[in-house]
Design a protein around this ligand. Structure first.
Ligand SMILES: [Fe+2]
Ligand SMILES: [Fe+2]
Length: 255
């Protein structure tokens, strides 16, 4: 079934008040790789709260980051244009989290991929605005002085727009942060599918991993790999474990 990518982010796109920027981001969202709409926000589960794990966890993470933008924009006194720029960056910041076609090796570089990936998407605003969006995407990892970042980028002299995007992403990744939009309105509980690993979800993770491995190393898995690995992956307690088991077992099978 085809994913309706723009529909997935309609609410967030509508937070962009500048129409030209909104149109450009919509066109970008339309070509975000399919896997982004399926995967958890974190493959290890280490740096993200539970509601952003599991199927579609990354979509929930992107939504949470985007909905924090108005609040941080107010705190940093961004004008309407710069709030639109920050919102655009928030929607697109993890859109190539594992590269163009789901390759974990790209994770460290993911903030720098949107510049290339969206370069042919036409835009009808000033070149400088596009640059501000891309730079805000590129500075979303690490901390403000460049520590714990693979490629130090964010420095104390970053713009307020960059700071807003950076802090929104950082806040949404806080394991203690829970956006109310992921709770059931009546019970106050999380939707069960958000955090409960069920066999189907674990099976999906294995299938996703095998498909990903096949694009990297075609023809190296035995035909019964799925049958061999499934019982092991089904023992995982959470998505992080399922990924780790799938990865380790696939590598072991390849020998
Ligand atoms: Fe990211
Ligand atoms: Fe993120």
């Amino acid at each position: 079934m085809a994913i309706n990518k723009i529909e997935t982010f309609t609410t967030e796109l509508n937070l962009i008040s500048n129409v030209d920027i909104r149109n450009w981001v919509s066109a970008c969202v339309a070509i975000i790789p399919d896997y982004i709409f399926e995967i958890p926000a974190s493959s290890t589960g280490k740096y993200h709260p539970v509601w952003s794990l599991g199927k579609e966890g990354l979509v929930r993470h992107i939504k949470a980051v985007t909905h924090l933008i108005p609040r941080f924009s107010r705190q940093y006194s961004l004008d309407a244009l710069h709030e639109s720029i920050a919102t655009a960056a928030a929607i697109l910041h993890d859109s190539l989290k594992y590269g163009f076609d789901f390759d974990y090796r790209y994770h460290k570089l993911h903030p720098y991929l949107p510049r290339e990936f969206f370069k042919d998407v036409p835009f009808s605003f000033d070149m400088a605005i596009r640059e501000k969006i891309l730079v805000a995407i590129e500075s979303h990892m690490g901390n403000v002085d460049g520590a714990w970042c693979y490629l130090p980028y964010v420095k104390p002299n970053v713009s307020r727009t960059q700071m807003v995007v950076h802090l929104a992403d950082y806040t949404a990744a806080d394991p203690n942060y829970v956006p109310t939009m992921f709770r059931d309105v009546n019970t106050g509980e999380f939707e069960r599918t958000v955090y409960n690993m069920n066999p189907q979800e674990l099976t999906n993770i294995l299938d996703m991993y095998l498909a990903f491995d096949m694009t990297l190393h075609p023809g190296t898995m035995p035909p019964d790999a799925r049958a061999i690995l499934l019982p092991r992956v089904l023992k995982a307690a959470n998505v992080a474990e399922a990924f780790a088991i799938a990865k380790a077992q696939v590598e072991r099978l390849r020998g």
